[in-house]
Design a protein around this ligand. Structure first.
Ligand SMILES: [Zn+2]
Ligand SMILES: [Zn+2]
Length: 300
């Protein structure tokens, strides 16, 4: 069982690494060619492809840590490393975006005429073809392996295709005698990169700031109240990544219930919640007697 899971993760990781390598080759080709032909929008498009690679890296790192079991110094597991790592990636994207934005503004004031010829179009078309192939391949494999990481990553590559198309339009405009389109496209692409940086930061901060991943706790209430012996529950809290949710809650049982029984019930609650909501990986139950007029009892 364990090795089968390992094999599954390893296969996903291999596909992520392959798409990463291809994405980066595409990025490198665009960045170098953009610098060579002094066309800032092609370079910007290259950095945008590079930022697509960023999401692959997050996926690879995430899977590496997801495989790692809980240990003495990380009793809650190692999944938050992925979240932590994402913040670094997002900072990197902001730096890239800022540099491109600056370059675009500079070129608005001090125009540089890029050298556009058939080769420029060829570079964009070939890289676009590779992007399309990668996107299809990743999406197909994601479906076969039932991997959310692969499917969401392949959808992300889609955005890359749109920027490549916009660069083709820009090249045509430059060729027609409007070089101003080069810095404009550069600035727009820099904003796209900043936007994906912002989204990664937002996603990570939700986890790091303990935003409740399950806002509607009715499903948990239903599950808990369905267990024999439970009379009421309250103070339900959830936190963590959407694939690694921790739940804690107060559960009330009959005041004269034997400790043995109460303990069994708390086990049943943990197991049933985890089975009913597979994203839940940790449940802590606080048991208390259901009594009227008990000054020690918590307020609901
Ligand atoms: Zn550890
Ligand atoms: Zn309570």
């Amino acid at each position: 069982m364990d090795t089968e899971l390992d094999l599954h993760y390893r296969r996903i990781r291999r596909i992520l690494i392959l798409t990463l390598v291809l994405n980066w080759l595409v990025a490198l080709a665009k960045i170098l060619y953009g610098l060579f032909s002094r066309c800032a929008s092609i370079t910007a498009d290259g950095f945008h492809s590079l930022s697509d690679g960023a999401s692959n890296i997050i996926g690879i790192v995430g899977i590496n840590f997801a495989c790692r079991p809980k240990d003495a110094d990380h009793p809650y597991g190692h999944k938050k490393y992925e979240t932590f790592f994402s913040l670094g990636i997002s900072a990197l994207l902001f730096i890239i975006a800022f540099n491109l934005f600056q370059e675009g503004i500079k070129r608005l004031y001090y125009p540089i005429i890029p050298q556009i010829d058939m080769k420029s179009f060829l570079v964009i078309l070939i890289t676009l073809g590779i992007n399309l192939w990668v996107m299809n391949y990743e999406h197909r494999q994601g479906k076969v392996l039932q991997s959310d990481i692969l499917i969401s990553d392949s959808l992300h590559t889609k955005a890359d295709i749109f920027t490549s198309l916009s660069v083709i339009i820009t090249l045509v405009a430059i060729k027609l005698g409007y070089p101003i389109f080069d810095p404009i496209a550069t600035i727009i692409i820099s904003l796209f990169i900043a936007w994906s940086g912002y989204n990664i930061a937002k996603q990570s901060s939700r986890v790091l700031c303990d935003t409740a991943p399950i806002l509607d706790v009715k499903k948990i209430v239903d599950i808990v109240l369905g267990i024999k012996g439970v009379q009421a529950c309250h103070k339900i809290r959830t936190r963590g990544r959407s694939d690694d949710i921790c739940v804690d809650l107060h559960v009330q049982v009959a005041p004269d219930m034997h400790m043995d029984n109460a303990h069994k019930i708390s086990y049943a609650i943990e197991e049933t919640i985890k089975r009913g909501i597979p994203q839940v990986t940790d449940v802590v139950v606080h048991m208390e007697p259901k009594e009227k007029l008990n000054p020690l009892q918590d307020k609901p």
